[in-house]
Design a protein around this ligand. Sequence first.
Ligand code: ADP
Ligand code: MG
Length: 218
Amino acid sequence: MTVKMTVNDFIQYFNQTKDRIYKEKDYVTELDSATGDGDHWVNVNKGFEQITSGLKDAPADLTFVDLFKNIGMTMFSSVGGSSGALYGSGYVAASKICKEKKYIHELDVHALYDVYHAILVEMMKRGKTEPGQKTMVDSLYSALQAYQEAMDAEKSEKEIIMAFIKGANDGAQATREMAAVKGRASYRTDKGIGHLDPGAITMAMQLESLGKYILNKE
Ligand code: ADP
Ligand code: MG
């Protein structure tokens, strides 16, 4: 198996993920009601609805630069809460790295890492947050750490993507024991300890969906 993601693959990934997120309404809302204000699912679900409807008439020659820029602007303009700003700036950063590194129509295993790393760095900057502070950053950070370790160990591309999925889910589960430093859970006296972070869970759902799309593509 070789990682080779085209713009069209990403559009299909967004469509599949929209369906996945849609089904998780009760679970995600329950999580954000426990430690936040209960709107996280509404925000993320709206984001995916807007992204996928905006991509319906995407031109066949759409580049990654424009794809990620459009998605970033969509998240900024139509999604409320912390999620809109964080994913918005993350995808704009993804567009910038694609432009800089000339990732135009295809992402291989290294390019895919670069894109998600750019999203992570920008989310940390925008959110003024670091891994370990009980946010959506935790699953992405853990996924990319596993990805990097698997690449360094010269694992196969299939193993790299499997490590990425596991890293995402492990990172999300690890938020249960973390004390929130950022976001609404940080206003609580218990800092949300004992509860999963909703943003980390939906981030892991997206990363798992991406990984599974890649694994099933072959
Ligand atoms: P809001 O907190 O404005 O209601 P959402 O409910 O859409 O926004 O998103 C909540 C999620 O956003 C949290 O679970 C957390 O993962 C993430 N989050 C909140 N603040 C930050 C931050 N400063 N940096 C990174 N992620 C954050
Ligand atoms: Mg909320």
